[in-house]
Write a new protein. Structure first.
Length: 495
């Protein structure tokens, strides 16, 4: 520790956000440019000499958090970047997109605001690029072995980079026209500008990773044929099979899945479209689902100048403090959180009927009704108890010209034929079955990320990519020096 009393003398300060009225007029990231660096050394000083850093356990990557906090507080950015990249291929992604379970596990969080670990992480990552501390790391020699990675989300990219650096010849297959998976077309620009993604991809190209875009394995290239062409295959396609809402009126026009809506807005930002064909402009929007994807839809609808936006969450409104009986430290608690999108919609008063910010909590959708042309015009809901049972006399109707379903994902999409062509065994919950070595029921084929784990966080996705790379390297060579931060059966800390 640079300052052994920092956690007692320095209050927590987060990276300030730009004023709401300013940031909703553009698609740039919500934070004030340049405002993090002047405060971050003192924030890093708040890291305690806690003896057993539970932040390590809370983070599946095993990030060396106290070490790089100390290095930042001493202004040693090169060493901090080295320690950060030792466990995380893409810290600028996690520093922007991860909900920071490490902060929930911070020892200081037992009775004080946690260290701003996420902010320190993104400061190191951005500083590393600025100062040239993240050069390509091509292998010294090639192994002569080949690997196909299917999917270019965080799991696929992490696996590909690790395997390329180990000397294997790696090709990444991506069904979309651009690389990045959900980071490209699912995550809005205001949460992570895509130049961060492009920079990493160019680093990987320089290291030797090959990329094949607009290629859906199972449709454009036969899955069995691909297996014969490579020594190993990693399936990292994500969990993109969205959950449905089978209620009366679902067939009406104007009701879309979140992942039908968000990619179009991202394509506008990419310059592919002048305007989105599914825009919230001037419409009454209702978002069904209280998670991060719903918040992404919320921020997007606000920037498209919706007439109103309301978000429905089937769970009761959580409290502001951790419940020590049901979710004790260092588990990640379900508490009331105000994302940038919720802050924007609250300040702009986009949902006058909402309970808190723009959310209606403990709300269950009953049915949709539409006009004579078959377009949705209203959503009917009811309040529910903790068992999701309707409460009599609590029904209400919301105007709805555009409904966005953000109900999560059940597993990998099977429509392209990849899973069936390979004959992969599946779990009952719809994910790809795998063993302790990340191997599937087909020899030489491995599965990682949300396709096998189920819907999870970006930090778990990268950890899966690093771990499956070690398993593939061992399969190809008999041993591996690549780190394996998690096993396929590891799960977040719970009571």
């Amino acid at each position: 520790m640079a300052d052994p009393k920092g956690f007692m003398t320095t209050p927590r300060r987060d990276w300030p956000r730009r004023p709401v009225a300013e940031r909703v007029r553009d698609w740039n990231e919500v934070y004030v440019p340049g405002a993090l660096l002047p405060i971050i050394d003192k924030q890093a000083d708040r890291c305690m000499d806690c003896g057993i850093p539970f932040c390590h356990e809370a983070c599946p990557l095993g990030n060396l958090i106290p070490e790089w906090n100390d290095l930042v507080s001493r202004d040693d950015w090169r060493a901090a970047a080295d320690r950060l990249h030792a466990t995380n291929n893409f810290p600028e992604f996690t520093g922007r997109l991860c909900p920071a379970p490490c902060e929930a596990g911070c020892v200081l969080a037992i009775n004080q605001p946690a260290v701003t670990i996420k902010n320190v992480e993104v400061a190191i990552a951005d500083r590393a690029w600025e100062l040239g501390f993240a050069p390509p790391s091509p292998p010294d020699r090639l192994s002569g072995r080949t690997v196909a990675v299917i999917g270019s989300g965080p799991t696929g990219l992490a696996a590909a980079q690790q395997l390329t650096r180990a000397g294997h010849t790696v090709a990444v297959y991506e069904k979309d026209d651009r690389l990045g998976g959900l980071m490209r077309y699912g995550i809005p620009e205001f949460k992570m500008e895509k130049h961060h993604l492009e920079r990493r991809i160019e680093q990987m190209r320089a290291e030797g990773t090959k990329f094949r875009t607009s290629t859906a394995v199972g449709r454009d290239v036969g899955a069995a044929e691909l297996r014969t062409r490579y020594d190993a295959v990693v399936i990292a396609t994500g969990a993109t099979a969205w959950r449905e809402l089978p209620i009366p009126g679902r067939e009406l026009d104007g009701i879309y899945q979140a992942m039908e809506y968000l990619p179009l807005a991202n394509r506008v930002c990419e310059g592919d479209l002048e305007c989105s064909p599914v825009s919230a402009a001037g419409k009454h929007v209702v978002i069904v689902g209280g998670g991060d994807t719903g918040a992404d839809c919320l921020g997007t609808a606000v920037r498209q100048e919706a007439a109103s936006v309301t978000q429905l969450d089937i769970y009761a409104q959580p409290g502001a403090e951790r419940d020590d009986d049901t979710e004790p430290w260092p588990t990640y608690p379900k508490i009331y959180r105000l994302s940038a999108a919720h802050e924007e919609a609250r300040d702009l008063e986009t949902a006058p009927e909402a309970d808190a910010d723009v959310r209606l909590f403990a709300a269950s959708t009953l049915r949709f009704t539409g006009d004579d042309s078959g377009h949705v015009r209203s959503l009917h809901l009811v309040e529910v108890d903790a068992g999701r049972r309707p409460l009599p006399g609590t029904g209400r109707t919301l105007p709805a010209d555009l409904v966005l379903l953000a109900l999560g994902f059940s597993g990998p999409d099977r429509s392209d034929g990849l899973i069936d062509q390979l004959g992969l065994a599946m779990e009952a919950r719809g994910t790809i079955a795998r063993g302790a070595d990340f191997g599937t029921s087909v020899p030489g084929v491995f599965a990682a990320g949300d396709a096998a784990r189920g819907q999870s966080l970006i930090v778990w996705a990268i950890a899966e990519g690093r771990a499956v790379a070690a398993a593939v390297d061992r399969y190809l060579t008999g041993s591996s020096r690549l780190p394996a931060p998690i096993g396929p059966y590891d799960r977040p800390m719970t009571v």
